[in-house]
Design a protein around this ligand. Structure first.
Ligand SMILES: Cc1cc2nc3c(=O)[nH]c(=O)nc-3n(C[C@H](O)[C@H](O)[C@H](O)COP(=O)(O)O)c2cc1C
Length: 137
């Protein structure tokens, strides 16, 4: 099973989830600007919400994807509990990529809200989420 990890993170919150996923999969987590150079079975794709939207670089990532990605698993953080996944779902639909029904989302610190999130429990939770993905794969 070939895994890859890509993330977009303005302030480091989603990056910390990506690093935890990387530890479990033993696969390097790359910034979204690094295009995958070989086909992927499962791509863990992390992003957040800024002004109610994902960053345009995530849309660019989909547009420029040259390899075959069988499935995406979405993860991310946000100031509210608004998840990134609906916007990722729309991109998957347009690009004909399967989106796993399971996603990981937790609060991320933002202007005094969600202090220190993701915290150590969030990191444990995302690791457990990934272990379960591996078991099902
Ligand atoms: C410029 C900016 C705009 C944001 N807008 C929203 C928003 O509309 N809704 C929301 O829930 N959180 C919003 N947030 C909070 C982020 O979603 C939250 O801090 C997230 O954890 C940031 O992830 P990152 O550190 O990986 O970039 C915003 C944060 C920034 C920096």
């Amino acid at each position: 099973m070939k895994y890859a990890i890509r993330y977009y993170s303005k302030t480091g919150n989603t990056k910390s989830l990506a690093q935890a996923i990387s530890e479990v999969l033993n696969v390097k987590a790359h910034d979204i600007t690094v295009e995958p150079d070989e086909d992927v079975d499962i791509l863990f794709l992390g992003t957040s919400i800024y002004g109610s939207s994902i960053d345009p670089s995530v849309i660019k990532f989909f547009d420029e994807l040259k390899v075959n990605v069988k499935k995406i698993i979405s993860f991310g953080t946000s100031g509210t509990m608004q998840s990134q996944s609906q916007q990722i779902a729309n991109l998957c639909l347009v690009h004909d990529i399967e989106l796993d029904e399971n996603e990981f989302h937790c609060p991320g610190e933002f202007v005094g809200m969600n202090k220190n999130r993701p915290n150590s429990q969030d990191i444990e939770d995302v690791k457990e989420f990934v272990r379960n993905v591996i078991k099902r794969a």
